[in-house]
Design a protein around this ligand. Sequence first.
Ligand code: NAD
Length: 388
Amino acid sequence: MLNCFQNYLPVRIIFGANSLSQIGYHASLLGKKALIVTTGPYFEECGLINRIKKILAEADVTSCHYDAISPNPQYIEVDRCAAYAREQGVDLVIGLGGGSAMDAAKGVAVAVKHEGSIWDYIWWGKPDDRAPDPQKTLPIITVTTTSGTGSHVTPYSVLTNPETHEKPSVAADALFAKVAIVDPELMLTLPPKITASTGFDILFHSEEGYTSLTATPLTDLYNEKAIALVGQYLPRAVQDGSDIEARTALAFADTLAGFSLSVASITLNHALGHAIGGISNTSHGECLCATALRTMQHNSLAACEKYLRIGGLLTGQANASCIEETIQTVDRLLVQNGMKIKLSQLGIKTGDFSNILRSAKKYMGPSLEHNPRTIVDQEVIDILSKSM
Ligand code: NAD
């Protein structure tokens, strides 16, 4: 018998090669002037901004572009971009790029019409947190160009505070995009290193969502499929970035894992990954890879059957015969795709451990609460030590 569960995913998804050509029609239903947000000048230089502006203009939507956003976007960059959006009088925000650009765009959509800084709307898991008003938040279109974060379909905007080294999220239904364009042709230019690091983000969203205490029968379906697709297609996309079949499969896996992330909580590895990323400012995928094997080993004691299944899904065979086989499969995938990373290589020192633990508890509380195995401080410190 099925247990009770909720599922809320109000994003219209336009999936498939050349789906970008449909952005004009959808934008015209949502606004008259769009701000396109990117991280850096790459998309201007490769001609994509001009292409999008032309498609929008044909649908009577004018547009402007803002690119002063860093990977792992800082809240202050979002505030500055929101000031520009106000000056320009935009009524629609388009996030074009990976998780960083899409998260910044979602933050901007809130900050344009809300008082104060976007940082005032961070979700700390406290009853008096200020939540963005959905009526005031501008409509959002996400155009994803990486396959990893699921941000195109999630209600989160992950932001970094360089002063406090924290990396929490604004998290509210108001942040769901109205439309997500998932066009695998846009991912063909993604370099192998970013393909690999984002691909592992899919895997760990799925692995954590699958073993989370908040997993549902639907998220299990999303995650099983996503894990199998990553096992089959990630090495192909890393080896040959122009492999459109592999790019399409990963874009689908990313979307499925994003569905799960919107509904079922991620767990210990992501809680640590955010805290580590706040200190190291290295890529999200690298942070996750550094602690993944140890957190999986740790959690497998409490979710044995699901970890056996993960091993089987990754290799396209029956369940793994023991947990060690699953761990070795993930280890091989990390090595094969150049992502076997130690925490020390990300600049983390043993002196940072207590800060990582404190940050994880401060703003990733639900991820720790929904971890399949109860969190004990010393065990987390041991995981970090063994990941150095
Ligand atoms: P990213 O957005 O930081 O992009 C990495 C680099 O790749 C950038 O320099 C970008 O310009 C470049 N790039 C992107 N697409 C490209 C393409 N097609 N061709 C060439 N270059 C391209 O990387 P990401 O991993 O997608 O996003 C990471 C951010 O997302 C982190 O801040 C992470 O915390 C956040 N995140 C958000 C969610 C969410 O639900 N909102 C979930 C997980 C992670």
